[in-house]
Write a protein that binds this ligand. Structure first.
Ligand code: FAD
Ligand code: SF4
Length: 314
C-alpha cells in the first residue's frame, strides 16, 4: 500500500475563503479526492494543506434557472447522472458521468473535479519508484519527454469523460476567487499544454457548472480497454445541427492536452475530418495509429446514433 505524506486539512464554508487558502503554492483543493489522493500517493505533488470543498454550500445542489441547469461543482457524478432533468434534457451528460471509472467511484467523484482533472500520460501517472526508474519526465522532476524526446512540451492528454459533452452542450463554468466571480465556457478552459493545461489560476474555485437547457442532440462515446475502471483511449461527443445551415460538430478528446473541435457541413464528412484533425501520440498503452483510426470509428458511431434517434422520433 502506498502511504500518504503528512498534510493539514481545512474545510472552509465559503468559496472565497477556500480561494484565500489556495493562494499558497503548498495548498490544493480536494473534492471527492478520487484522483487527488491517488496522485499524492504517487508523489506527483505533496501539498502541505488540503482545502476541502465539502462544507461549501454554494458548490452544492442542482437547480434549473432561466433556461439553464445550474449544477454545483461538488455534486457527485452519480447524483448528476440520476437527476431527472439531466436524464431527460441532457442525456449525453448523464451518459458521460456513467462511463467514469466505476459506480463506487462515481458516488464519490464530483463533476467539478472531473472538469479540473489533471492531464494523463502512461509515463506520468505511475508510482514514484516506477517514474524514478526512467529518470522521471519533463512534467515532473525529469528533463526528457518519453513520448516525444525531441519535442519541447508535454503532451499528456485531457481525459475527463464529461468534457466533450459539456463542451458541445455549451456549458459554462463559474469560478470564485478573492478577485471576484467569472464564468468561462468549458470550450475555453483548456490549453494545448499537458503541464499547464487550465486557463484558470490555482486559487480559482470552480463553484458551479451552468448548462443551457436547449434540447441539443448530443451523443457521447468512450473507447476503453475494459468496460469499467479504464480511462478512455478515445473520447468523443458529437452534436447534430440545432438549426438548418449549422454544421455537425465533434469534440475529440483523450488524444491531446486540449480537446479538438471539428465541424463538417455534412454528417457523412464529420468522421473523416475528425480522423484527419487528430494526432494522438504514444501517451497510452494502445498504439497511437490505432487510436487515430478509432477516432473515425467512434465519431461515425456517434453520428449514426444521432441519425437513428432522429429517424425514431420523426
Ligand atoms: C481507478 C480510477 C479510475 C478512473 N477513471 C476515470 C475515467 O475513466 N474518466 C475520468 O474522467 N476520470 C477517471 N478517474 C478520475 C476521477 O475519479 C474523476 O475524474 C473524478 O470526477 C474527479 O473528481 P473528484 O471530485 O474526485 O476530484 P479530486 O480528486 O478531489 O480533484 C481532482 C483535481 O481537481 C481539483 N478540483 C476538484 N474540484 C475542484 C473545484 N471545484 N475547483 C477547483 N479545482 C477543483 C483538485 O484540486 C484536483 O487537482 C478515475 C479515478 C480512479 C481512481
Ligand atoms: S507527455 Fe512527456 S512530459 Fe508529458 S507526462 Fe508524458 S512523458 Fe511526461
Amino acid at each position: 500500500m502506498l502511504p500518504l505524506a503528512h498534510f493539514e486539512y481545512l474545510a472552509p464554508t465559503e468559496a472565497v475563503e477556500a480561494s484565500r487558502l489556495l493562494a499558497s503554492p503548498d495548498a490544493r483543493l480536494v473534492a471527492g479526492g478520487t484522483d487527488l489522493l491517488v496522485s499524492m500517493k504517487h508523489r506527483l505533488f505533496e501539498p502541505r494543506l488540503l482545502v476541502s470543498a465539502r462544507r461549501i454550500a454554494e458548490m452544492q445542489g442542482i437547480v434549473p434557472a432561466a433556461g439553464w441547469l445550474s449544477i454545483g461543482a461538488s455534486c457527485t457524478l452519480r447524483d448528476v447522472s440520476r437527476h431527472g432533468i439531466v436524464q431527460q434534457r441532457l442525456p449525453a451528460l448523464a451518459a458521460a458521468c456513467r462511463t467514469v471509472a466505476t459506480p463506487t467511484i462515481q458516488a464519490m467523484a464530483t463533476l467539478g473535479g472531473n472538469l479540473m482533472l489533471d492531464t494523463r500520460c502512461m509515463y506520468y501517472n505511475q508510482p514514484a519508484g516506477w517514474r524514478a526508474s526512467l529518470g522521471y519526465c519533463l512534467k515532473r522532476e525529469g528533463s526528457v519527454c518519453h513520448v516525444a524526446p525531441k519535442g519541447r512540451g508535454c503532451y499528456a492528454t485531457q481525459a475527463a469523460d464529461t468534457v466533450p459533452a459539456l463542451w458541445l452542450l455549451g456549458a459554462e463554468a463559474e469560478f470564485v476567487s478573492v478577485s471576484g466571480t467569472r464564468r468561462i465556457r468549458v470550450s475555453d478552459l483548456y490549453r494545448e499544454d499537458g503541464m499547464n493545461w487550465l486557463t484558470v489560476r490555482p486559487d480559482e474555485v470552480l463553484t458551479r457548472i451552468h448548462v443551457p437547457l436547449e434540447d441539443r442532440s448530443v451523443a457521447h462515446r468512450k473507447l476503453r480497454t475494459r468496460q469499467a475502471i479504464d480511462y478512455a483511449q478515445v473520447l468523443v461527443a458529437v452534436a447534430a445541427p440545432a438549426q438548418r445551415g449549422e454544421p455537425w460538430s465533434a469534440v475529440v478528446s483523450s488524444v491531446a492536452p486540449r480537446p479538438i473541435l471539428v465541424e463538417s457541413e455534412t454528417a457523412e464528412g464529420l468522421a473523416e475530418l475528425s480522423f484527419r484533425g487528430s494526432q494522438p501520440l504514444s501517451t497510452h498503452l494502445a498504439s497511437a495509429p490505432w487510436r487515430k483510426k478509432m477516432v473515425r470509428v467512434e465519431v461515425a458511431r456517434a453520428v449514426d446514433a444521432l441519425l437513428r434517434s432522429h429517424a425514431g422520433s420523426g
